[in-house]
Design a protein around this ligand. Structure first.
Ligand SMILES: [Zn+2]
Length: 278
């Protein structure tokens, strides 16, 4: 299949009552592994890469890899920019062929977040590409912010934010965290409040480490996209780390790379299957 447009992927998931996992890639191996994993369980999802990870390869290179990874794919998969850090990054990715985008301006003051998000939305919508925005901030790698209450998404701001930005997906901070170093505590009552006032689908970052029954429960309250980065990175790095420990003269990059694709793919498969268990 071709890389599927983000709006079409969202419609497909809503129609079939699926949660969409969004898996972070960095390189060729992880891109192939995610496509392989989603196809093995016959479920849709996203391949995503953050601005930070685009320091290694260009958006064009990731688009080319994704197209190649999807040539035998039978399930809808979109290519998403995760934590787009600037308007320029958003443009580069859309121009290269990404089919879904996040602009992350949540660290800015509220009005500046709105202005930056709106600017990205205007560009992306011209090309029919949906935009994910973030309101609130996550603990963990993303930032170094104050106390937990100040980080969480404020339900009173949601309707105004969506109305004025025109964003198509909203990433919320409800006790989820980035990385595996802190324990997430998902605030379901807050999620219920948010979903009551939010007319676009919700996104949870930091899916790794959140119990699967809670992930499945969030679907009842507007959740559509769940980001998974750490679990896949761990599967990738562990492959090479183990090999080095066993033999510090290990020399077969090709065998280890193939093994890493298999391990990352298995991780993606099990997550995708479990979050979509009825
Ligand atoms: Zn994130």
């Amino acid at each position: 299949m071709k890389i599927v447009n983000g709006f079409d992927l969202m419609d497909y998931a809503v129609k079939h009552n699926y949660l969409l996992p969004s898996f972070n890639t960095t390189n060729l191996e992880m891109t192939y592994a995610i496509a392989k994993g989603l196809n093995a369980v016959n479920l849709p999802g996203y391949i995503q890469i953050s601005s930070n990870n685009l320091r290694l390869s260009s958006p064009e290179a990731i688009v080319a890899l994704t197209k190649d990874a999807l040539k035998d794919s039978d399930v809808p998969i979109s290519l998403h920019l995760d934590h787009g850090k600037s308007y320029e990054d958003v443009k580069r990715c859309v121009d290269a062929g990404f089919t879904s985008v996040m602009i992350d301006a949540s660290h800015l003051p509220y009005e500046e977040n709105i202005a930056a998000t709106k600017k990205a939305v205007d560009y992306c919508h011209f090309y029919g590409v949906p935009v994910e925005a973030e309101l609130g901030a996550l603990k963990g790698k993303e930032e170094d912010i104050v106390n937990e209450a100040d980080c969480k998404t404020d339900p009173k701001l949601v309707a105004d934010f969506i109305e004025r930005t025109g964003c198509d997906l909203l990433a919320v901070s409800i006790g989820n965290v980035h990385g595996l170093d802190m324990e997430p505590k998902i605030d379901i009552p807050l999620l219920k409040e948010l979903s009551a006032v939010c007319k676009v689908p919700l996104v949870m970052h930091g899916g790794s480490g959140v119990p699967f029954e809670i992930i499945r429960e969030t679907k009842n309250y507007g959740m559509l996209k769940i980001n998974y980065g750490s679990d896949l990175r761990k599967a990738f790095i562990t492959t090479f780390g183990k090999a080095y420990v066993q033999n510090n003269n290990a020399a077969s990059v090709i065998e280890l790379s193939l093994e890493s694709v298999e391990n990352v793919s298995q991780t993606a498969q099990s997550i995708t299957k479990i979050i979509n268990q009825q």
